[in-house]
Design a protein around this ligand. Sequence first.
Ligand SMILES: Cc1ncc(COP(=O)(O)O)c(C=O)c1O
Length: 391
Amino acid sequence: MSQDKQYHPQTLAIRGARQISQFHEHSQSLFLSSSFMFESAQAGAALFAGEAEGYTYSRTANPTVTAFQDRMAQLEGAQAGIATATGMAAIQATILTFLKAGEHIVASQSLFGTTLGLLNGQMPKLGIDVTFVAPSDLSAWENAIQDNTRLLYLETPSNPLTEMADIRALSQLAKSKNVLLVVDNCFCTPAVQQPIKLGADLTVNSATKGIDGQGRVMGGVVCGSKELIEQVFMHVRTAGQTLSAFNAWVLMSGLETLFVRTEKQNDNALALAKWLEQHPKVQRVYYPGLPSHPQHELAKVQQNGFGSVLSFEVKGDRAQAWHVVDQVCLFSKTANVGDVKSTITHPYTTTHARVTPEDKAKAGIKESLLRLSIGLEHIDDLKNDLAQALS
Ligand SMILES: Cc1ncc(COP(=O)(O)O)c(C=O)c1O
């Protein structure tokens, strides 16, 4: 790790934090073993007592998973990381590590639908309350903080409307109020945004998205300081939200191509967003790379690119939006993002289906809205597919 520090993130994504065995394999090995042997009873006791370093059981730690979480931490600019079975497991583990009954979260109202469900459906059952605020309204965040608030939680850019929160400003607020700032970095991945370098305490990523990049496996990771991650680790090993070694191995190969994929996907997304913005059947385009985006200037300083996800409203309502989904031939009709294959979805009835109509209205998610995740296909093929679907 200390030697890795001199390398650029593009190099670390390929070579950082490898776990190499005595056979000196060139590729990351898959350590497909649920448990590990001890040399003696005394050595086993030392491992279990935490007096010696080594592996005992894969719910606690596995070399392939260690390699993945350490490489993710390097890319996020964090001291440490802990991998989880899914992105939602990363979010849940983070919340349950740092909050108990009677405590409170301030969260952005513009979040992935399942995260909203976790915060306003599951957490209140455990006595954890949440106040939702507009992500870009700094004074709303400040006013919502109470004596029992422990954590501020946000996504930037948000899913699906690409609304942005100012991480640096919110980190100053969080520090002044002695609460943690947690950023879901899934839409950007560390190739585009490093919230910890901007002052966030922890990032959560759904590795299912751009980290894998080829839509193969589920995974998640939490990154932050050694001290905070040690606490999340204790929760994950006990609650069992551990990432499988196989998925970690697949995700390691995803990381090797993260930067080249990201650059091309971002270029394609920007070209498509500009093209959609002048299309007569399109009402509005949401993409931080467009000068018309209300937080375009913030995106330019907070991110190293504008991302591969954009949303747009068609002129009309659900019928017109569904028509586009039904007519596309190339775009995959699926809710995943960050894949090398472009995808299209109708957030109102898919990713946000379980969010109440009132909450969708509050978050600005209309029936005419479509979300695109842009992949690596030729830009002209993507434009032609949308053109025929919109016509
Ligand atoms: C922004 C965001 N965060 C978290 C998640 C949850 O990730 P997973 O599906 O890996 O649990 C998603 C999934 O779509 C997401 O879009």
